[in-house]
Design a protein around this ligand. Structure first.
Ligand code: MG
Length: 348
C-alpha cells in the first residue's frame, strides 16, 4: 500500500469567528491535510483531516500521527481491522484517523462500482437534504451584509456567545425576517441560569429551530439535565458528543446531537454515532469544520441518517481544490457530480 499526505491552507472568503475562539479576532486561513492511499491493484482512495483547535487536532498533531502510520498495516479489504490498527498507533487523533477512513471507503466503494452511500446501504434521496449556511460572530453591520449575501440559502445558522448577540440577532432578522434559524453557542454560557435566560430570549424572538451546545462540554450532567428540562426549544449536543460511546450522556442531556467526521474518526465512526443517537430517539445532524469538498462530500453520504445538515464548510472557502456534491440553494445533490463511484470527489 502506498500512502501520501500533504498539508493545504484553505482560504476563507470572509473572516470567521465563533465563541470557542478559533482565532479570537477571527482568522482567514485554515489548515487541512489531504491523504491518498493506493494499492498494487490500482485501487486509489482520498481523504481529508481538517485541523481543529477545539478538539486538540492542529496540523502538527495530525501530521505527527500520519507519519507514524505503517501503510502496510492498512487494507482496503478490512476497514474495521485497519481502523483497529490505527487505534494501536495512538489513542485519539480522530481527525487523522478520519482522513484514512474516508480514503479506505473511497477506494473500496469505487472498486465495487458503488457510491459510498450505496456501499453502506443507505442510499441518497435527491432534493431532500438541505444544509444551513453559517453566519459567524461579527458586528451587526457585517451580519446584515452576510445574511443578504446568503439570500439563496433557505436555512441559516447563527453563531452566538458574544456581548453583541442580541444586536446581531436583530440584524439577522432585519435582513431575513422569516427564515428558519439555528443558533450555535459553542459552549459560550458558563452557568445554567445564563444559558436558560439567553435561550428564552432567543425563543421569544422567534422561528429558531434549535440551539447547539449552550454550555461547556465540561458542565455537570446535572446542570445540562436542568437546562434540558426547562428549555423552550430543543438543545443539540456538539462538543459533548464525539463517539457512539458518548450516547448515554447525550441521551440524558440533549434532544439531538451534531455528529462531525473529524470527531468520530471518519465515515464509519459517524455512521455508528448517528445510528446510536437514532436508536435512543435523538434528532441527528451532521456538522463540519472549515474543510474542502472531500470532507463535506464524505459527510453527505450519511445524509439519510440525519434530520438536519450543517455542511457548508466548503462554501465558505475560495480555494477548494476538489469538487464533489453540490449545494445549490443549500440543496445537497450528487446529480451533477462527475465521479460516479466511491466518495464521488475529483480534483477540480
Ligand atoms: Mg456546533
Amino acid at each position: 500500500m502506498q500512502f501520501r499526505f500533504r498539508r493545504f491552507d484553505l482560504k476563507l472568503t470572509r473572516t470567521w469567528r465563533i465563541a470557542s475562539g478559533a482565532g479570537g479576532a477571527g482568522t482567514n486561513d485554515y489548515g487541512t491535510v489531504f491523504v491518498e492511499l493506493a494499492d498494487e491493484d490500482g485501487r486509489i482512495g482520498i481523504g481529508e483531516a481538517a485541523s481543529t483547535g477545539r478538539y486538540g487536532q492542529p496540523m502538527e498533531i495530525i501530521e505527527a500521527f500520519l507519519k507514524k502510520v505503517d501503510a502496510n498495516r492498512l487494507s482496503f479489504d478490512d476497514i474495521p481491522g485497519s481502523m483497529k490498527y490505527l487505534d494501536t498507533v495512538a489513542a485519539g487523533n480522530d481527525a487523522a484517523k478520519c482522513a484514512i477512513n474516508i480514503a479506505l471507503l473511497d477506494a473500496v466503494a469505487k472498486a465495487a462500482k458503488q457510491p459510498i452511500y450505496d456501499f453502506l446501504k443507505l442510499g441518497f434521496t435527491e432534493k431532500k437534504h438541505v444544509t444551513s449556511f453559517s453566519i459567524g460572530i461579527d458586528t451587526p453591520e457585517v451580519i446584515r451584509e452576510k445574511v443578504r449575501e446568503a439570500d439563496r440559502y433557505p436555512v441559516l445558522k447563527l453563531k452566538v456567545g458574544s456581548p453583541e448577540d442580541k444586536a446581531n440577532f436583530a440584524a439577522l432578522r432585519e435582513a431575513a425576517p422569516d427564515k428558519p434559524v439555528r443558533v450555535d453557542a459553542n459552549e459560550a454560557w458558563e452557568t445554567k441560569e445564563e444559558a436558560l435566560s439567553n435561550i428564552e430570549w432567543l425563543h421569544f424572538h422567534g422561528n429558531i429551530e434549535f440551539i447547539e451546545q449552550p454550555m461547556p462540554a465540561t458542565a455537570s450532567r446535572a446542570d445540562m439535565i436542568w437546562l434540558k428540562e426547562r428549555s423552550p426549544m430543543p438543545i443539540f449536543g456538539d462538543e459533548s458528543y464525539h463517539h457512539a460511546s458518548d450516547i448515554d450522556l447525550a441521551a440524558e442531556c440533549f434532544h439531538g446531537v451534531n455528529v462531525k467526521l473529524v470527531k468520530t474518526g471518519g465515515i464509519s465512526g459517524a455512521h455508528d454515532a448517528l445510528q446510536a443517537a437514532r436508536k435512543r430517539g435523538l434528532k441527528t445532524m451532521i456538522g463540519c469544520m472549515i474543510e474542502s469538498s472531500i470532507l463535506i462530500t464524505a459527510a453527505s453520504h450519511l445524509a439519510e441518517l440525519t434530520d438536519h445538515l450543517d455542511i457548508d464548510g466548503n462554501i465558505l472557502i475560495s480555494n477548494d481544490p476538489y469538487a464533489g456534491c453540490t449545494a445549490e440553494k443549500g440543496i445537497i445533490s450528487f446529480a451533477n457530480t462527475e465521479e460516479k463511484f466511491g466518495l464521488r470527489v475529483k480534483v477540480r
